[in-house]
Ligand binder design. Structure first.
Ligand SMILES: Nc1nc2c(ncn2[C@@H]2O[C@H](COP(=O)(O)OP(=O)(O)O)[C@@H](O)[C@H]2O)c(=O)[nH]1
Ligand SMILES: [Mg+2]
Length: 289
């Protein structure tokens, strides 16, 4: 388990983290900004925009194996329409790395041409990976390097001189990813960050998180949800209208029953969240552009 997940962000941490990123930005040609493809809004921190200036950047919709491919496409188009480069990636399975590197070289073509005109032909592009915790920064760095790199700076407050790791694709990768914090501005952001596992939850919250996430799924992925938990779907006659009754029925069907016949809501909440995080309900995206 990453240390980072247990960090309690407070304003000092946040400022320090942003300052570290800002300092290291000066050393690179381009930024790879990771986010979670299931929640591309809540897993990005807009503070990065304020310091990035005109440095090229690619937004990486990571863990796209878990996300709805159609919605991922819509996010990529949406970001591009705003002039932001974006690619889908599965860092864990190294899928999409070629597209990412191609995009990076395209965005850095001016820099590369300028270097070439000064005789530095084939100069590698210098890259820093930046993102909020749990968006796959370390996994991406390892995938790009083709081996496990000791990523020690993956924590705000650990400042040292970055090392550069050469990769295929003529990239020099900073071994220290830039760490941002999740900017939780709404209850909905809090919910989806917790539901996907990006933010640690208190044990007592599981039921509420599961309950509220089920409501989202019922709107966005009713077929997948009802099939997985073997309940009648909204266009069936015996669909259970009441949210809480439906929740209890899902738990009952899943065998989350205590001795005496009471429904074990806590156990079901954990079963549900585990199914969601492992994409066993399906490839699901909780935020649309
Ligand atoms: N399904 C899936 N999981 C991933 C992918 N990339 C990373 N992960 C997982 O996401 C979790 C966080 O990844 P990590 O690289 O530690 O994120 P970091 O905190 O940003 O450095 C780990 O459990 C990884 O195995 C991916 O492409 N697909
Ligand atoms: Mg990490």
């Amino acid at each position: 388990m990453d240390d980072i997940k247990s960090i309690n962000w407070f304003p000092g941490h946040m400022r320090k983290a942003l300052n570290d990123v800002q300092e290291n930005l000066k050393l690179v040609d381009i930024v790879f900004e990771t986010c979670d493809a299931r929640i591309p809004f809540s897993s990005r921190n807009p503070e990065l925009d304020k310091i990035i200036g005109n440095k090229p950047r690619v937004v990486i919709l990571n863990k796209s194996d878990l996300a709805d491919p159609n919605v991922t496409k819509a996010w990529i188009e949406h970001l591009r329409s705003k002039g932001v480069s974006a690619v889908a990636l599965e860092s864990a399975r190294k899928k999409g790395l070629d597209d990412l590197i191609k995009e990076a070289r395209k965005l850095c073509s001016d820099i590369l041409e300028k270097a070439a005109s000064k005789g530095r032909i084939g100069r590698p592009i210098r890259v820093m990976v930046v993102g909020v915790p749990n968006t796959g920064k370390s996994t991406l760095i390892n995938a790009l390097c083709g081996r496990k790199v000791a990523v020690t700076g993956d924590k705000p407050g650990v400042t040292r001189a970055p090392k550069w790791v050469k990769t295929d694709g003529q990239i020099e990768l900073m071994d220290m990813p830039g760490v941002l914090w999740p900017k939780i501005q709404t209850k909905r952001s809090q919910l989806v960050l917790t539901a996907t596992g990006a933010v640690k939850q208190e044990v007592t919250d599981s039921v509420e998180i599961a309950y509220e996430t089920i409501k989202i799924l019922l709107e966005r992925y009713p077929k997948e949800l009802c099939e997985r938990f073997k309940i009648a779907s909204p266009d069936d006659e015996d669909f259970i209208q009441d949210d809480y009754d439906r929740f209890l029925e899902m738990a009952r069907k899943r065998g989350c029953i205590m001795s005496g016949g009471r429904i074990d809501e806590d156990r079901f909440a954990k079963v549900f969240l585990d199914d969601l995080r492992q994409a066993r309900i399906g490839r699901i995206t909780l935020e649309v552009p």
